[in-house]
Ligand binder design. Sequence first.
Ligand code: SF4
Length: 369
Amino acid sequence: MSDTILKAEGLKKHFHLGGGFMAETKLVRAVDGVSIEVRRGETFAIVGESGCGKSTLARLLMRLLEPTEGAIEFEGRDIAGIRGRDLRELRRDMQFVFQDPFSSLNPRMSVGKLVGEPIETHRPGLSRAQRRQEVARLLSTVGLRPEHADRYPHEFSGGQRQRIGIARALASNPRLVIGDEPVSALDVSVQAQVVNLLHDLKSELDMTLVIIAHDLAVIRHMSDRVAVMYLGQVVESGPTDEIFANPRHPYTMALLSAIPEAAHGRARTRLALSGETPSPAAPPSGCRFHTRCPFAREDCATRIPELGAATQESRVACHYWQEIAADRPAAGLTPAAGLSEGAQRRFALYEAATQATTPNPRTAANAEA
Ligand code: SF4
């Protein structure tokens, strides 16, 4: 069986916006030529600021959106253009965990129905009693109790609702789960439990996970490899440990310098970015990052950098990454503003969640009730 479970090649999603009476339409390049490969059994993270196109990319990979251009393969099969029954079968093998556990669950359905519905759809051979048993098993798997099946979503906390969403996603025995910022809508005190739960389930159930996140502290402890996105394109990718220890793209350096030092294991000069992220409707010419890059040279505004190999495992899209790495101490990095109290607290929680002494995230869910 191939090592690659999911692959995208030159994937694009462009939206036409506006276009009222006498108004011009705008072409928004939300995803603009992304190529990634996700390996079987790994946790692959896609990170970037909001508006970088990472959630659109997740929806393209899941075929919740039609690509404008490019190829998507799941287990070696082209899925970019599939429809009908083929698409329904794909939904069984690839599942999605939504960002917002409050709006993604139908408030009029009991938890038993919410989790039972995908079982009925994807495993129609099960009897009613077997389905009930399966719902109870899935609820236990995500740290809830079988009797929770009779309750309704509003009776649960945010963390527990996300666990219900995860149980729903697991109901079809998927081989790959894509989580679109699965903890960002949760209270900071339960984020680490849900992160840990996903991490544990991936190993226990032999799944592959793709996690979309804007917070690098979230992915530090749970992902094997990472792709960093900026304005619809991947600017750096590689093993998470390598990228945290030695970021090569100035944008990755800036993202990393915004989280506490303990998150990447060693002291680092902080790199402050100037200006706002440009609009994907009018991306800068040349290197899209040149308007904010402290290392930009004249030709960066006209020459487009390719995502090329930096090491056997890592790729970077910057003309000058080698010079930047060599000159780093003298590069004139400016100190970023101090970390917020919330960022410090959040990181401390992720750290705690990965310690052996941390309570099991499943029993912690019941304590939330
Ligand atoms: Fe900065 Fe130029 Fe590299 Fe782009 S190509 S990241 S502008 S140095």
